[in-house]
Design a protein around this ligand. Structure first.
Ligand code: ADP
Ligand code: MG
Length: 168
């Protein structure tokens, strides 16, 4: 089993999912968010930052590409790679430095740079085919050993919160 499919009926469920993720991330981790515009990636990051008890207002880094939140040992770096023109630009965003300093990275459209981000937890957001405006299907998977060794604990935390999540 290496992926979980979670159905979020509404924003409330997305907030619950973000709390689950906030509960499992550790300093230096990177969480990639993929899915179409409007699928809920930025909304998810807002909720995750709030669940990490960082009081900053989260806004989409669509144009600036990167925002930093929090202070001290509890920080987040939030990037959006949608407008990244060359993979080489990635280094200029300072994600590696922030992660080395202990920030948790949330990277929208992180799939655009292949495996340059290293080991990542991946959340893929899709509109649900039920036709509801607020329903989302979120697939949680990962890449790399950093997550593989934690996956059993992480997936059981998710299954504990979302009893109808489907493990694949
Ligand atoms: P993205 O960053 O993927 O482009 P945003 O988070 O900016 O998407 O926008 C998602 C929009 O969908 C927001 O207006 C949000 O309020 C709305 N929305 C409705 N239901 C949900 C849900 N279940 N999860 C996330 N966003 C939702
Ligand atoms: Mg966004």
């Amino acid at each position: 089993m290496s992926r979980l499919v979670v159905r979020c009926e509404s924003l409330t469920d997305t907030v619950r999912l973000a709390s689950c993720v906030a509960g499992v991330v550790r300093p230096g981790d990177c969480v990639v968010l993929t899915g179409d515009l409007g699928a809920g990636k930025t909304t998810f990051v807002k909720a995750a930052v709030a669940a990490m008890r960082i009081p900053d207002a989260v806004t989409s880094p669509t144009f600036t590409l990167v925002h930093h939140y929090g202070t001290g040992a509890n920080t987040v770096v939030h990037a959006d790679l949608y407008r990244l023109e060359r993979t080489g630009e990635l280094a200029d965003l300072g994600l590696d430095e922030a992660r080395d300093d202990g920030a948790v990275a949330f990277v929208e459209w992180g799939d655009r740079v292949g495996d340059e981000l290293g080991d990542v937890l991946v959340l893929t957001f899709a509109l649900d085919d039920s036709g509801s405006d607020t329903a989302r299907r979120v697939t949680v998977s990962y890449r790399g050993e950093r997550w593989q060794r934690r996956w059993t604990g992480i997936s059981s935390a998710f299954l504990g919160e979302f009893a109808d999540a489907v493990a694949q």
